[in-house]
Design a protein around this ligand. Structure first.
Ligand SMILES: Cc1ncc(COP(=O)(O)O)c(C=O)c1O
Length: 397
């Protein structure tokens, strides 16, 4: 079997630089696992059920264990399946926060963190401090987090890597600060999962939220929230309640992980694909995949540094980034530049604010945003050559 799904879109070899939104193409084993599960075992999982239900439950257990091992969770039951990164973040934010809590977050956050927090703050449920970053480094200073902590701070919520700038954030020191102040630490690993190792127990992370469809190379409709052993079931309220496929006699949600936080039929077909994707990522190795993305970014950065009309945001090297880079081109709005790349060169990039408006205010690109170029594990040198040639033509080089 080929490593990767045949990468054509409408008969054209698409040049895909939008992996920060969702990775594409996917490994061929992902499609195969989904198709096999759908054909053979796609009953509703249930421990006390018939053989197909048991097979579906076993598949869930297997993937839960793979994810737990991947982020060094203390036990698989602490991995809660979600439908994407946003869902996992909402389960954590709405489950952990109580009236009167103070939350420290950052201006790098995606709307899936900043909107739930802003909504809770506007209705007077919590108070909120947003810590800004330096536009030169595009990294949060842990000392600024420390200064924002108050005796009422119950949560620090922060991204591991900026989806606009690609810069990796100092989660371990920030986690330590949160814990020194008796607060919980929620990390949004949407852009780092599959590329940068996270050990939830050792790195002071209490809740790690991530999608399955980006760096993990799984299908859309998948994600997870992983809770550290420091969070007890009594300390998190279910964001949704319903059937759990197990003990139905209790009038309320079972107070045990994962069922406490997993009401409803899970996306079993997607999770079967996610399981195969994790095996693929483990076989290649996250550090190899990160090295590949950085090599691609370095090639792009070196080539476009010579184009005077192109402005690069954040550090000029790929060293502390995952595979995401924001640029603007003089004389073109990000939307115009992205449309030309798509229509004239079949190159997929993403223009705009990337759901992270506060970050754009800090780097001075609000409200139009930037053009985000995000290579992935299957991006080739030829893809980079085509992109650089296209940017050169647009920027008039
Ligand atoms: C940093 C960050 N957080 C959260 C999300 C939300 O993930 P999802 O699209 O899976 O809901 C994204 C998606 O782009 C992201 O980049």
């Amino acid at each position: 079997m080929a490593d990767v799904i045949d990468a054509t879109h409408a008969g054209l070899r698409a040049i895909y630089f939008d992996n920060a939104a969702t990775s594409w193409p996917k490994p061929a084993c992902v499609a195969e696992a989904m198709s096999l599960f759908l054909a053979n075992d796609a009953a509703n999982p249930g421990r006390a059920g018939h053989r197909m239900a048991v097979a579906a439950e076993k598949m869930l257990d297997r993937v839960r264990k793979s994810l737990a091992d991947f982020v060094r969770a203390s036990e698989p039951s602490r991995v809660i399946f979600s439908s994407n990164g946003t869902d996992a973040l909402n389960i954590a934010l709405k489950g952990l926060l109580r009236e009167g809590d103070h939350v420290v977050t950052t201006t790098l956050e995606h709307n899936s963190v900043s909107r739930p927090l802003e909504a809770m703050s506007r209705r007077g449920f919590i108070t909120l401090t947003r810590v800004d970053f330096s536009p030169a480094s595009c990294v949060i200073d842990p000392d600024d987090i420390r200064r924002a902590m108050t005796p009422r701070t119950k949560l620090v919520a922060m991204t591991h890597a900026s989806n606009v700038l690609g810069t990796l954030q100092p989660i371990e020191p920030v986690g330590k600060i949160a814990h020194d102040h008796g607060a919980r630490f929620l990390v949004d690993a949407a852009q780092s999962i599959g590329l940068v190792d996270v050990d939830v127990e050792a790195m002071h992370v209490d809740a790690l939220a991530f999608p399955g469809h980006k760096g993990l190379l799984g299908p859309t409709g998948t994600g997870a929230l992983c809770l550290s052993s420091r969070i007890a079931a009594e300390q998190i309220l279910p964001f949704r309640e319903g059937g759990t496929g197990g003990d139905s006699s209790s009038p309320t949600q079972p107070a045990v992980f994962p069922h406490l936080l997993e009401g409803g039929t899970p996306n079993t077909v997607g999770i079967a694909g996610l399981g195969a994707a994790i095996d693929f990522v483990n076989a290649r190795g996250p550090s190899q995949m990160l090295a590949h993305e950085r090599a691609i970014l370095t090639k792009i950065l070196e080539a476009i540094a010579a184009l005077p009309k192109i402005r690069i945001f954040g550090p000029k090297s790929a060293g502390d980034r995952v595979g995401a880079l924001s640029i603007t081109i003089d004389g073109y709005s990000p939307q115009e530049a992205a449309a030309i790349l798509d229509e004239s060169f079949a190159i997929a990039v993403r223009p705009g604010l990337h759901c992270a408006p506060y970050a754009h205010r800090t780097i001075g690109t609000f409200p139009d945003g930037t053009v985000r170029i995000s290579p992935g594990v299957f991006t080739t040198s030829d893809d980079v050559d085509t992109l650089v040639r296209a940017l050169g033509e647009i920027a008039g080089a």
